[in-house]
Design a protein. Structure first.
Length: 72
């Protein structure tokens, strides 16, 4: 999921076992890459929380309800 992982991980074709194997092997063998991915992923994770998700969902539902009421 590029919108979540961005450049903080290794991507692979989920239907290609060789692609999966290569991504795993690269992550295991390259300590610097692994360390950078951990730092980036942790930093990106700060953008997500259940509180933020619930607030955004609630706002979306309110806006949708307002649009629906205005159409009637």
């Amino acid at each position: 999921m590029p919108e979540v992982l961005r450049d903080g991980g290794s991507y692979f074709d989920p239907e290609d076992y060789i692609s999966i194997s290569n991504a795993i092997e690269l992550t295991i063998k390259n300590e610097e890459l692994r360390h950078q991915n951990v730092l980036k992923s942790y930093s990106y994770s700060k953008n997500f929380s259940w509180k933020k998700c619930s607030e955004e969902t609630f706002c979306y539902l309110i806006e949708t309800l307002k649009k629906y009421k205005n159409e009637k």
